[in-house]
Design a protein around this ligand. Sequence first.
Ligand code: SF4
Length: 246
Amino acid sequence: MKAAAAPVTKKLAPKKSGQKKPSPKKATTKNPLAPERIAEILRRLEAAYPNAECALHHRNAWELLVATILSAQCTDVRVNMVTPELFRKFPTPKAMAEASLPALEEEIRSTGFYHNKAKSISGAAKQLVGRFGGKVPKTMAELLTLPGVARKTGNVVLGVAFGLAEGVVVDTHVLRISNRLDLTHSTDPKKVEQDLMGIIPRDHWIQFSHEMIHHGRQVCVARKPRCMDCPVETLCYSADKTWSRD
Ligand code: SF4
């Protein structure tokens, strides 16, 4: 069982009186995709979240696949409460493929959308047993043929379980922060992923996602981001900023 990451947030200088919400107009005066800016964002995120990793508990690729499917519209904490008993009862793809849908639904009910999620994990288990020798495939193309698996889940499994950088995980945090940092101007996860793949060096794709997700949970939250504690504040020109040292 993996332990959840202990996020480290780099504290910046305290707010001084008179510091105001910045004008978003400044964004137009910078090139947000300048390689040196991207490199500095990566450097600061890595320094702020050196131990960032997937928070979903898992012992193998199969368990990570199931946990990631269950994490849709649900917190990782909740998923981690459900999966130990789920995998105790159905420890392998074969066991899960043979389980009844009501039995699966009962175990995962608290993660929400449990009818669809039960169908997905049951269907994925059957596909693994029937087509992949009971093993999780290692290519995005194959993963995308599994029920309940889109690119986000595929990227999580490939990156975390196999160390393969096939793309960038774009969840709600990555999408929001990427827009705030002007790394993309899209709200379509597929387009955001393409934009990020075009500007982030491939050897950073996996860790960048982990760091952004931690940043989104700890600092750059959806409402009232904690810009005073943000390691990339001086590189951010978002209209959502709540504080600036300028
Ligand atoms: S400065 Fe604020 S809005 Fe910009 S990335 Fe940091 S926390 Fe998010």
